[in-house]
Design a protein around this ligand. Structure first.
Ligand code: DP6
Length: 357
């Protein structure tokens, strides 16, 4: 398996491709995680993974996932490994359900061997399911001979994990929820991600890994509980539409402060919905708040820095690329046990050479 860790240039029109339409039998793909600046939190259809709201993210240039899919016989089971260890239980069930979708589209009964290498801590709110299902979508579609364009691949990846729909694309991507009242086939077709045009903006995300352990509640279960029980959910979902409009304007103008302010309020609002769920879902740890305080101090010192958090205690700080070293140092000073990584905008998912032939 060849791994290209270099950060490819990001272009707004960058698209993933599955290459040829014939059954390759084997394919390897790479995808990077993305961090939402406008969050996806809440589904309106669990089976089709249709979100309640639109979301918008930046794909990172660190923590790639590399996945190889090899087709086997029509009998037996799918086998899945993650970093060399057999995947079992719920995680295996999700991958097999995803492969079943691909097999249905490809009219194939062949079982698969799936080997994944993750460079991001799995299940810690660092978007490993986004890069994981994006890489799996590209590799499996190619191995089974599906000729899907980027939009169709995005829809397919969405069925594995909603946020994976956005990791198909480099740079910034918008995932459309689609019309709320459309019937199933039309709703499925209308919910995909696509690249977002961005003006001159040289952003970095400083990723503060406060705790790399697995999260206590999966994002899937937590968002279900929030939608079902939180009195703050509907107000947040409504205000998220306004946040998205503000975000798109800010990105078009290349206004990093407006991008950051909007991302921070959208993320804090999302965490407020969870805190109001019954029972509450609380992902933030004391060290997360320490990092949030450090971000406030940076702003008081005149450094534009804005925080966002996902389904875990880790904090991602949006800032100018030129300030990233200083922001990382401030985070390390405030929370010395925190591992800090600096990410820039990364490339979309793609096939790796040497396997699909
Ligand atoms: C907080 O995409 O992991 O990171 O669709 O159930 O697999 P499923 O959820 P997932 O949720 C991500 C939630 C989030 C926000 C975001 O990435 O937009």
């Amino acid at each position: 398996m060849r791994v290209d860790h270099g950060a490819a240039p990001v272009r707004a029109h960058e698209r993933a491709t599955t290459g040829t339409a014939r059954v390759a039998g084997s394919a390897t793909a790479v995808a990077h995680p993305n961090i939402a600046l406008i969050k996806y939190w809440g589904k309106r259809d669990e089976r089709l993974v249709l979100p309640r709201t639109d979301s918008l993210s930046m794909t990172l240039d660190i923590f790639p996932t590399i996945t190889q899919v090899r087709l086997g016989a029509e009998t037996g089971q799918d086998t899945v490994t993650l970093d060399g260890a057999a995947v079992t239980g719920e995680a295996l069930r999700r991958v097999v359900a995803f492969l079943d979708l691909v097999r249905e589209q490809a009219a194939s009964l062949r079982r698969a061997v799936v080997d994944t290498e993750n460079t991001v801590p799995t299940g810690a709110g660092l978007a490993s399911s986004a890069s994981g299902f994006a890489a799996l979508a590209v590799a499996a579609a190619t191995a089974y001979g599906l000729d899907l364009d980027a939009r169709a691949l995005s829809r397919l990846a969405r069925r594995g994990s909603g946020s994976a729909a956005r990791s198909l694309f480099g740079g910034f991507a918008l995932w459309h929820a689609g019309p709320a009242d459309a019937p199933a086939p039309a709703a499925d077709l209308a919910s995909y991600a696509e690249p977002v045009p961005v003006a001159e903006l040289d952003p970095a995300l400083v990723v503060a890994v406060v705790d790399a352990g697995p999260k206590p509640v999966s994002s899937r279960a937590a968002m279900r509980r929030t939608v079902d029980t939180s009195p703050l959910y509907e107000p947040w979902a409504r205000s998220s539409a306004d946040d998205l409009a503000a975000m798109r304007t800010a990105l078009r103008r290349g206004d990093l402060d407006a991008v950051g302010e909007t991302a921070e309020r959208n993320a804090l609002g999302m965490h407020a919905t969870m805190l109001a769920a019954r029972p509450a879902v609380r992902y933030l740890a004391p060290a997360s708040l320490t990092v949030l305080d450090a971000v406030l101090r940076l702003r008081q010192d005149g450094i534009p820095a804005y925080a966002t958090m996902d389904a875990g205690p880790n904090v991602k700080v949006l800032c100018r690329r030129t300030d990233a070293g200083r922001v990382a140092a401030a985070v390390r000073d405030a929370a010395p046990d925190t591992a800090v990584h600096i990410a820039g905008p990364g490339p979309g998912a793609r096939l790796l050479d040497g396997d699909a032939r």
